[in-house]
Design a protein around this ligand. Structure first.
Ligand code: XMP
Length: 513
């Protein structure tokens, strides 16, 4: 399906996914593989180029990951970054040592104009450094193409052998010309032409699905989130009514959400698929009655989801394929290079293992989130769905502190709806990565009109983040918070107080439970 590929070999660096994303942004398909990949396998996969990533180790430590000389003799262009650069130097006879001065952060690098990857760049550029070791001597045949005040070999190359190395990280946006350098590598020595485009992905994916499914039947667990929605639409374009989507309303969705999902995928929607909506609210509330411990709540919701899904799958019967919205980040996180067993569903925490599917289809398995969104737009999914913020599988269950019941769900749905509406009115939708209302389990005294109230406090949560691993509390305009507060207290019964959560992650988490 893809005729040119750059292989990223992972040595455990923190920016490895970023490297793959940058290469794809250049229009070139890219896969990440662990450093344990064999030279034979690399030869078989025939990448157009290889990028060796950074990593936390020292190459002169025997226990660190190493590479044989054969890797560099494959005739495939290689770019080593940070640890990858040191590994190239070390393996080919150069010398790597502890740097007298470590460099961390934005650093001015002098670039030689005759460096094959720097030809169109200025003679100096700010690059992102993060190293305690450095290359002291380059291997025979290499020349130095970049340096800093304290790092004599910030870049080196052996252009005849198509081997290049950067001590800095071109993939990080702080490296001002980093993208140009990566582009020079993939389009120059690697000779890529840039065939990785989302419209061709869609065409080829549809053809591939048609071929695989034949006249069989497929089942998709549709959550209404971006990934499963895009997977469902891609499948429906390929196999139409042979696909059944099961959407479980567990009663913990945002206000109107279930109806919105049904409007898109149900009979009135634009897609030619079988859509089953299961209204399982009461069932979930019953299971959750009296439960306050967060992990127990999560477990109950995840398990009950599976039970409902199983029942529906049985009703449909004789399904050959299970469709999952797994994306590349999930693949990487669940262990590189591992094949598809039924993995923990990325959104609901597990799928039935009794169900005897012939095969799992993961049509988005190779895509990063931003690519999934592009595919969604390409397939005509509405923008509000394609760009929606993340929503946890256990839904409002983890945004209601303490016991969950229908009344509390209604309170948090209404408050959340107001908050989202106002953020949109203020034009801030695109600037905050995630924002929602949660119901604290706290009741306090207030006064409304001439009456004493004793009611719940709603917490507003809004965060900015790159990857949701860390996050900052968003500095929302005070007027916005005030407006939301007034509306919530006036419009939502049983709320007399609104609090704003200023906690970052760490020490907090994004969700409350
Ligand atoms: P935390 O609360 O761990 O959240 O800081 C980080 C991001 O993950 C989302 N989240 C989940 N997503 N299933 C999901 O699909 C879950 O069980 C789940 N729990 C948290 C959360 O909304 C945030 O974007």
């Amino acid at each position: 399906m893809v005729n040119e590929m750059i292989m990223v070999i992972d040595f455990g660096g923190q920016y490895n996914q970023l490297i793959a994303r940058r290469v794809r942004e250049c229009g070139v398909y890219c896969q990440i593989h662990p450093y344990t990949i064999s030279v034979e396998k690399i030869r078989e996969m025939a990448p157009k180029g290889i990028i060796l990533t950074g990593g936390p180790n020292s190459v002169y430590d025997e226990k660190s990951p190493h590479a044989g000389k054969e890797l560099f003799q494959l005739g495939i262009p290689i770019l080593g970054i940070c640890y990858g650069a040191q590994l190239m130097a070390h393996t080919l006879g150069g010398k790597v040592a502890t740097a007298p001065t470590s460099e961390y952060g934005k650093t001015l690098v002098k670039l030689k104009a005759d460096g094959a990857l720097f030809r169109v760049l200025p003679s100096e550029a700010v690059c992102w450094m993060s190293h305690t070791d450095y290359i002291e001597d380059v291997p025979v045949g290499f020349k130095i193409t970049g340096s800093t005040d304290v790092c004599p070999v910030a870049a080196m190359e052996n252009d005849a052998e198509k081997l290049y190395a950067f001590q800095f990280h071109p993939e990080v946006t702080h490296s001002v010309y980093g993208r140009d350098m990566l582009k020079s590598f993939v389009y120059g020595p690697c000779g890529c032409r840039g065939s990785w485009k989302m419209d061709s992905f869609v065409r080829e994916a549809i053809d591939g699905i048609k071929e695989k499914v034949g006249d069989g039947k497929a089942l998709c667990a549709l959550s209404g989130g971006v990934d499963s929605s895009v997977a469902a639409v891609l499948m429906s374009k390929a196999i139409g009514k042979q696909l059944t989507c099961v959407f479980v309303d567990h009663g913990l969705l945002r206000k109107n959400e279930a109806d919105e999902v049904e409007a898109i995928f149900g009979e009135a929607g634009n897609y030619d698929l079988n859509f089953v909506r299961v209204n399982a609210q009461e069932r979930f509330y019953k299971k959750l009655a009296g439960v306050i411990e967060p992990e127990e709540k999560r477990k109950i919701i995840g398990e009950e989801f599976i039970r409902v899904f199983e029942e529906e799958a049985k009703k449909i019967g004789a399904v050959d394929f299970l469709v999952q919205g797994t994306i590349y980040a999930d693949v990487i996180e669940s262990g590189l290079g591992q094949s598809a067993v039924i993995k923990s569903h990325h959104n609901v925490g597990g799928l039935p293992d009794y169900v005897d599917f012939k095969e799992i289809i993961e049509p988005l398995r190779d895509l990063f989130k931003d690519e999934v969104r592009k595919v969604g737009l390409e397939l005509g999914l509405p923008e509000h769905l394609v760009f929606r913020q993340p929503f946890p599988g256990p839904g409002l269950g983890v945004r209601i502190i303490g016991e969950v019941n229908a009344d509390k769900v209604k309170i948090v749905q209404d408050a959340d709806h107001i908050f989202r509406e106002e953020v949109k009115n203020w034009g801030l939708e695109g600037e905050i990565n995630q924002y929602f209302a949660a119901l604290t389990n706290m009741k306090s005294v207030g006064v409304m009109g001439d009456f004493r109230t004793y009611d719940y406090a709603i917490a507003l949560r809004a965060v900015t983040t790159e990857d949701f691993m860390t996050a900052e509390s968003a500095k929302l305009p005070w007027d916005l918070i005030e407006k939301v507060t007034t509306r919530i207290v006036n419009e939502v019964d049983h709320v007399n107080r609104v609090l704003y959560d200023c906690t970052g992650k760490p020490p907090g988490t994004v969700e409350f439970e």
